[in-house]
Design a protein around this ligand. Sequence first.
Ligand code: ASP
Length: 349
Amino acid sequence: MMRKPSSILVIYTGGTIGMVKDVESGSLVPVNVERLLANIPEINRLDIEIHIHTFTHTIDSSNIHPAHWVQLVEVIEENYPQYDGFVVLHGSDTMAYSASALSFMLENLSKPVIFTGSQLPIGVLRTDARENFITALEIAAMKENGAPKLNEVCIYFEYHLLKGNRTTKFSSSHFNAFTSANYPPLAEAGVQINLNENVLHRQSGKETIFHKKLNQDIAILKIFPGMTPGYVNGILQVEGLKAVVMETFGSGNAPTETWFIEALHSAIQKGLIIANVTQCTSGTVYQGKYKTSNQLEKIGVISGQDVTTEAAITKLMFLLGNYSDTAEIKRLFSFSLRGEMTIAALENK
Ligand code: ASP
């Protein structure tokens, strides 16, 4: 019997991968999918059935919005039965946010959703787009016993497949633009593509759920030496605000000044959720390790453990969009829902 090739839906949202120089402004602007594909005829030689869905308005990913994440989920839901996997072409600037958001919105995935893009446009001679796109397609098409080999949201960039909700963009100039400092790569592409089997998500076997509700009443409070009460209160008192991701020093430490702790405490008592994540690229928040984080623990700041800011923001958007009880949101935030934290997964508790 002839082996059936994998079928992959490519969803083109925009990004540098499909940009050209605008003659008037000299800036990079997105082009249509036909022009993008014309620059990469090699994909026709892959033993993969490829179909393309293109956003009506392709965008620079700096313009990405939660509405686009809902749109992505809708396209994946509509096409889920027909395809073995999905490759999302997306700008690198906010790719870590989008991949994190989709990891929460797609529950019990049984197929891969791989984000990729490039640092140089596909038409440029030294582009990284060709390798990124082709390898992302090959990984998305991998099967074992007739079923997709991967079943999670990932980012493929510069020879590494990373877990989407563990990823951060750390370079605007290197081809190797992403890091996943608290979780090993899922695969490395060299002469062969080597999957790191031990760290791949194991399929739950449960029905896939496509979540579409997000709530954006969120802020980031980045602390710094010398911040003023005006700055902190300006954020904590934003009208309608429901949750704050507070980026702290080191293992979750913050100033112990009374005005600061009191401002946080009073906001928490009024129902605001404050999650503590570290400004460090790697490592974890450990509230209570130092005296400078003891108070935070006592007043009810929740620890984000080793979650990235991107995953913390999108996880809170997802939880606030789907649950109304603050205590329940805080409880769920403290568990790993999709492998975004190293701590115990919810189903093991
Ligand atoms: N500004 C671009 C974007 O995020 C950068 C890129 O694609 O790498 O859409």
